[in-house]
Design a binder for this molecule. Structure first.
Ligand code: GLU
Length: 287
């Protein structure tokens, strides 16, 4: 038997899908098919303020229209918050995360003052216990951040050796074995103040839980692989292979994005375009 191949499309239901999503989903499904593997759909709806059930329904409708077939049941992250809490508890136990009471503005001010300037990274440390206790007693909200210092100390020599395999391409043409440099992202938030979990933790957990062997997604998430690789190493989870793909751009040369009001798949469908024609236009191998 050949090695298992499991990939996924993991949209956040915060808007209607556009061509960029179609490309990503079709590319992942085509890769699974070519490898005789499995294609999963995962609904990443931990951002409760922005996620909507109607967008989730639209995702299922759009992907079915595209002719994609995914395994059921579909994992919906908001149904599994206890899983993420358990990971966070394990990291807390090991002193790898710390409470951060700073507001977004305070974080930005602090970054702005850093000598290296432009890079948006934040490095912090736990507050002294008495100060922390006072804030907790006052009911101040806090996020949990991953401590790069603690992670480095825990991994020891393995820190320097941390890497991931890129079979696609990062935005700078990165390909092959890439040294993981989580310090580029700073002490990332693993649990947000409002929902108790954040993107990197949920994604790394779910990719491991679902046995994802290949992460196929847009190159805008290339930097995320550096952080996710660290979380995998800390948790003893396997390292998937990454295939980041180029981002589609519109006629104006700008990438498709929800915020740019890119034409949605729903609108494309309403114009009478067939899924086959769209597949052709986007250059994805036929189903
Ligand atoms: N949910 C993320 C997004 O919609 C994608 C996560 C991933 O593919 O790792 O941008």
């Amino acid at each position: 038997m050949s090695a298992p191949f499991v990939t996924r499309f993991a949209p956040s239901p915060t808007g209607l899908l556009h061509r960029g999503h179609a490309f990503s989903a079709m590319a992942a499904e085509a890769a699974a098919r070519a490898a005789g593997g499995r294609f999963l759909l995962r609904i990443e709806d931990i951002d409760t303020a922005r996620s909507r059930p109607e967008f989730e329904a639209a995702i299922l409708e759009d992907l079915a229209w595209l002719g994609l077939d995914w395994e059921r049941p579909v994992r919906r992250q908001s149904d599994h918050l206890a899983d993420y809490q358990a990971v966070l508890a394990a990291l807390r136990e090991r002193g790898l995360v710390y409470r951060c009471f700073r507001t977004r503005k305070e974080v930005l001010d602090e970054i702005g003052r850093a000598p290296h300037g432009a890079v948006e990274t934040f490095r912090g440390a736990p507050l002294p216990p008495d100060e922390e206790a006072a804030r907790l007693a006052a009911g101040r909200p806090f996020a949990w951040r991953l401590s790069l210092d603690a992670a480095r100390a825990e991994l020891g020599p393995a820190w320097e050796a941390l890497s991931f395999t890129e079979e696609g391409e990062g935005p700078g043409g990165e390909h092959g074995v890439i040294p993981a440099r989580p310090e580029r992202a700073g002490d990332v938030v693993l649990a947000r103040k409002d929902v108790g979990v954040a993107y990197h933790l949920a994604v790394a957990h779910d990719d491991a839980l679902q046995g994802v062997t290949h992460v196929i997604r847009g190159e805008d998430l290339f930097e995320a692989a550096h952080v996710q690789r660290l979380i995998q190493a800390l948790m003893g989870w396997p390292a998937p292979t990454y295939r980041h793909h180029r981002l589609l751009t519109g006629p104006d040369g700008k990438r498709f994005a929800k915020r740019d009001k890119a034409e949605t798949l729903r609108d494309i469908r309403a114009r009478g375009v067939t899924a086959a024609a769209l597949r052709d236009e986007l250059g994805v191998p036929a189903a």
